[in-house]
Write a protein that binds this ligand. Sequence first.
Ligand code: NAP
Ligand code: ZN
Ligand code: ZN
Length: 368
Amino acid sequence: MDTALKPAPETVHPATFPSKAFAARSATSGLAPFTMQRRIPRPQDVQIEILYCGVCHSDLHQVRDEWNMIMPTVYPCVPGHEIVGRVVKVGRDVKKLKEGDIAAVGCMVDSCRKCASCLAGEEQYCENFMTLTYNGEDKILGGVTYGGYSDSIVVDQNYVLRVTNGLDPAGAAPLLCAGITTYSPMHHWGVTKGKKVGVVGLGGLGHMGVKFAHALGAHTVVFTTSPGKKDDAIRLGADEVVISRNSDEMAKHAGSFDFILDAVAAEHDINAFINLLRRDGNITMVGAPETPLAVDVFGLLFRRRSFSGSLIGGIAETQEMLDFCGKNNITSDVEVIPIQKVDESYERLVKSDVKYRFSIDMASLKSE
Ligand code: NAP
Ligand code: ZN
Ligand code: ZN
């Protein structure tokens, strides 16, 4: 990440139009109305009127500059990378979408397209760093990219996704980050029928992980710190629920899991979960706590277990996931909020009080 990122230029670029948004001015300011410029679509671009944008815990980490060591925040910061909207304009070279289509944008809006990762369709691991949807380097207008807490976005067609007709747009928005981030590692690590799979943390990512593990036919176990989420976990598709702070309940599952997905946003004891893996089992971290986790290597050495990470997913895989959701009628369980309640939603995220994703109704921006 270019740590020398600058805010977008104050001067209005001739080929831009104004877009309403909510932005954070500092790590402690909260979010407030903000107007920024979007580029007028180039021949390869799609202009989208944003209908809904999910609230990812990453938005909170970024807005509060909790990832300062790796991705310092440039203010004003307009977060949002779970975007669903209606196509309102397309450039003359755009083939895959037309005006009126429902389209989506996730965590990246470009990448180098030349490196081995890009050529392999794993643009999220672009060796020249993907262009993040927000707090990335805007290679066209200069300055920093602005995300989906806004009424419009303009993106190169190669980084725009199609949403299956009929999927509820408010519930589909979170698929663009929470969905692909849980779907991708499950495919990579071979989650199928007959496997025993754990999902740690029943928040936005976790509840999508449960839906996918269940849909893929795995025996699915949820690990939660919130006893009040037990019934929901079962309704979402879990076969068993374990209160992770109860060591007796944890001990019953020692050495039994093929795969565990850890979607916890805060510091926690990872070794307690490593010990639940069988020989050659894998635990993948998708949660991104701001402080390092202490790993007891002996837990890995015995039984040749592995501990890895995973970042969102590539564009083709994101489309595959959206199509899978279209076919199986999978969306996120959302609480729809007006944008004026976004600060409150962050406070609730910190308290694990989310069922199970906030989705901002962007019509609420019109009154600003
Ligand atoms: P979220 O909705 O806030 O869910 C996080 C869940 O973690 C909570 O609901 C809670 O579940 C559990 N949790 C919270 N604090 C905990 C603690 N101290 N100890 C144990 N469990 C705790 O967050 P999210 O949007 O799903 O995001 C989760 C993490 O993934 C964030 O760090 C985010 O930045 C990261 N992320 C990574 C990627 C990627 O590409 N790798 C993509 C998106 C997000 P219970 O109540 O069930 O315990
Ligand atoms: Zn996200
Ligand atoms: Zn690349």
